[in-house]
Design a protein around this ligand. Structure first.
Ligand SMILES: *Cc1c(COP(=O)(O)O)cnc(C)c1O
Length: 361
């Protein structure tokens, strides 16, 4: 075992990942484009894509050309769609890696059409981030006629919320599609939360991301993902401190009585955020132990006065231990962050340990 694996690691349950993918595709009633951008939200894009490849997805979604190239180097063959706008300097690399761009500007479409390769039309219906604005699509009609996109899509800004914004975006999307000279064969719009919110899909493909990785927007009683990610770190030091002693930088924790303090081999350079100090808890032998003092770059201290533990024991910062579990959303709430930030932040030195199924290679 690599020594860094002993200090702290991310455990990824590929079996749960696969079941979540199958569940959301079945619920949507259409094929999926699993979003594996940002290294599959920090879980490891290659292992995640190899696993989800077993579901025969329509393709995979990434954010950058470099992410697509990494999947190609790993032998991932299905379509790979790049969901951020390409810079002019990205085009050649995208062609070489057989990536499919999402385009929404005249310059981009004209340039890509020289390649005669497939492309997708990004339609902005309210996110105001990327793509052609829904009411300006007519300006692209000559290009669309010359070489139509294989798909058109939009993206909801508040799919997890029960409000009118989704209906408004859908009306704008339909209006834009109606103005196109030909309706593309493939239409897609939904992220994971949108599928949870309403199924079956009224389009042809769904684009789930965080649901695959075990996190629900919580708005469907019918479909619930299995947890996929656990974060564990070992106890690397133990001490008893007297009442009045402080812990960590800035002395933000002061022991009210004699306390037993365990030091875990994980810190904010691993993605266990500094802000979690004095807020989060971890599980040790199935019991909760509070983080005391600020999280440092490489180490995190927890109060184990009421928990028996020894050096080398592993603590669970995310995941199950005994009857208790700490979910990503709970950690995110402690840090006043989004679960997306917690997952994509678990990087740096943290090795990933894959469990649950054999990789299909
Ligand atoms: C990230 C992303 C998704 C997936 O979103 P989740 O909220 O993780 O399900 C879908 N579509 C686009 C365009 C995205 O950028």
């Amino acid at each position: 075992m690599h020594s860094s694996i002993r200090r702290a690691w991310v455990e990824v349950d590929l079996g749960a990942l696969l079941r979540n993918g199958a569940a959301i595709a079945a619920h949507a009633g259409v094929n999926i484009v699993p979003m594996v951008k940002a290294d599959a939200y920090g879980l490891g894009a290659v292992a995640v894509a190899r696993t989800l490849d077993q579901l025969d997805p329509w393709g995979f979604g990434v954010a950058t050309v470099a992410e697509g190239e990494e999947l190609r180097r790993a032998g991932i063959h299905p379509r790979i769609v790049v969901f951020s706008p390409l810079l002019p300097g990205d085009f050649d690399a995208a062609v070489r890696a057989k990536l499919t761009p999402t385009l929404g500007t005249r310059e981009g479409i004209e340039r890509w059409q020289e390649t005669r390769l497939p492309w997708q039309l990004a339609i902005d219906t309210g996110m105001n981030r990327a793509g052609v604005q829904w009411d300006e699509i007519n300006a692209l009609n000559d290009l669309i006629l010359r070489s139509p996109p294989e798909a058109a899509f939009t993206h909801f800004h508040s799919a997890e919320r029960e409000d009118e914004t989704r209906a408004l975006q859908e009306r704008r999307f339909e209006e834009a599609l109606g103005r196109m000279p030909t309706r593309p064969a493939l239409i897609h719009a939904e992220n994971g939360a949108a599928v949870e919110h309403r199924a079956p899909s009224r389009w042809n493909i769904a684009r789930p991301g965080i649901f695959l990785y075990g996190i629900t927007s919580g708005n469907s009683p019918k479909i619930h993902p299995e947890p996929v990610v656990s974060l564990r770190a070992r106890v690397i030091d133990l001490r008893t401190i007297a009442a009045g002693e402080t812990v960590s930088y800035g002395a933000t924790y002061r022991a009210p009585t004699e306390r037993r303090i365990a030091t875990l081999g994980i810190g904010y350079a691993d993605g266990y955020r500094r802000v979690l100090g004095n807020r989060a808890s971890v599980l040790l032998h199935g019991r909760r132990a509070r983080v005391v003092g600020v999280v440092t770059m490489d180490m995190t201290m927890v109060d184990v006065t009421d928990v028996q533990c020894e050096i080398g024991d592993s603590a669970t910062l995310i995941g199950s231990d005994g009857a208790d579990r700490i979910d990503v959303v709970e950690v995110a709430a402690w840090g006043e962050m989004s679960p997306y930030e917690i997952l994509t932040g678990l990087r740096g030195r943290l090795p990933r340990r894959y469990v649950g199924v054999e990789e299909s290679e």
